[in-house]
Design a protein around this ligand. Structure first.
Ligand SMILES: Nc1ncnc2c1ncn2[C@@H]1O[C@H](COP(=O)(O)OP(=O)(O)O)[C@@H](O)[C@H]1O
Ligand SMILES: Nc1ccn([C@@H]2O[C@H](COP(=O)(O)OP(=O)(O)O)[C@@H](O)[C@H]2O)c(=O)n1
Length: 216
């Protein structure tokens, strides 16, 4: 375990937008009875927080953020405000990559994610984002890079209609300058979901978890 992490069994999943990280991680967590942490939600919440126009030191100081670790009911709060739906919108998507480039914001999110992992009361937790396998939980028992071809990812997002193709491509391009999530780091398993349906993707991840649990 990396310093500060005490949660029992950690499944770390990284990958670009639309690869299936959130939906697959949630379902894996449900089936295994694990907690689920969407670290992108923290960056998206900070992006909405930054729209107040305050300077960065003040934004870092006043960021009051909560997220549940329950895969069946993900509630996100900024202070008293419920931003569960707002963080998925185009406004947050357009603002988030610039925010995610700032080292102080990344440090705050790193501490936040590690603290949530360490307080998870389930037997394990699935944590997904861009730098989980490399920075947040490099010593996780299972480390996976979930990918899919760009056309497949755009089609999946198109079906959801949460973000334009241009915005998603710009976000991936900007994000990949900050952290590497197209090529697996040493010891990270690559799961390409381009030709897998949802259930096959879930099974691929569960298979890797079971192999690690059985010491294979
Ligand atoms: N392997 C898959 N096959 C088909 N659809 C998938 C698969 N994985 C995810 N999806 C669908 O694609 C959409 C985007 O997935 P999502 O989990 O939000 O990706 P990410 O969190 O990586 O951005 C969702 O509607 C999800 O149900
Ligand atoms: N571990 C993480 C998670 C998200 N992020 C940033 O937060 C944004 C939103 O992440 P997300 O996981 O909600 O995005 P999707 O993959 O769901 O589209 C990303 O575009 C990155 O800018 C990050 O930098 N590091």
């Amino acid at each position: 375990m990396a310093a500060g992490l005490v949660a029992s069994f950690v499944v770390a999943i990284d990958g670009p937008a639309g690869s299936g990280k959130s939906s697959v991680s949630k379902e894996v967590a449900r089936r295994l009875g694990f907690g689920y942490l969407d670290t992108g939600a923290g960056y998206r919440a900070f992006a909405l927080h930054s729209l107040s126009g305050a300077a960065l030191p003040e934004l870092l100081e006043s960021f009051d953020y909560q997220i549940s670790l329950n895969p069946d009911s993900q509630q996100v709060l900024l202070g008293e405000r419920d931003i569960t739906l707002d963080i998925r919108g185009e406004v947050a998507a357009r603002a988030v990559s610039a925010i995610a480039r700032d080292p102080e914001v990344r440090e705050l999110q790193l501490r936040d994610a590690r603290s949530r992992i360490s307080t998870c009361t389930q037997s394990g937790i699935v944590v997904e984002g861009r730098d989980i396998t490399t920075v947040v939980a490099p010593d996780a028992q299972v480390r996976i890079l979930l990918t899919a071809s760009e056309s497949v990812r755009l089609a999946r997002r198109g079906l959801e209609q949460t973000e334009t193709a241009e915005s998603l491509k710009a976000r991936d391009a900007s994000d990949s300058k900050v952290v590497e999530f197209f090529t697996p780091a040493d010891g990270v398993a690559l799961v390409d979901t381009s030709d897998l349906n949802f259930e096959q993707s879930v099974q691929a991840v569960i298979g890797l978890v079971e192999a690690a649990q059985n010491g294979r």
